[in-house]
Design a binder for this molecule. Sequence first.
Ligand SMILES: [Zn+2]
Length: 222
Amino acid sequence: MSGRALSVFGNAVVFAVLAFGAWLWWRNVTSTADPPPAAVAMLSETAGRAGIDPAAGAPRVASRLPPGSLTFAASGLVVPVAGIEAPDLVDTYTQSRGGGSRIHNAIDIMASRGTPVVSASDGLVEKLYFSRGGGGITAYVRSLDGLWLHYYAHLDSYAPGLREGQRIRRGDQIGTVGISGNASPSGPHLHYAIYRMRPGERWWQGAPINPYPLLAGKTASR
Ligand SMILES: [Zn+2]
């Protein structure tokens, strides 16, 4: 073999070794156990469709009533007592209470004890409060924009798992109609109020507005 032929042979060997090494490397890369990113995306999408949201915090209130038992008002609110429709509502907002010393500033929705009370709106459970001589077992739910506070009083009980800070959707169960606080034992009802909240106002503050026209879709009585 001439010197030149030796050199060509040597180059060929070097090339073969390099090519084999490259093939080994490529085999390693392509046989990796991790699925490609597209497959991962598909997997998480499937999880999303199945209702599994790993980013979600605590579970919401489990108790959701069948849609047929709820009345959706044109305002976007749900009548907060199951089975109650607009014609069943009475505008008691301006009635006097406490022996005429104050205005009601809420509406009373009459229903049998134990009837489900549901959230009229989406929101956050801001306060669960017991007032023996007043609202009894009560819940305050703040709208997600912070501007409105919904007040539910005289409850018989809270929905299982309901707690402060919890996010709920309209129609989620808050509790049941009762006679707690200063409600008459012969007239179980939900005392429901809406307060317009200014920035920084807390659950015991706010300016009441009449829920009746928002639930009944009618002009409030004078
Ligand atoms: Zn009332």
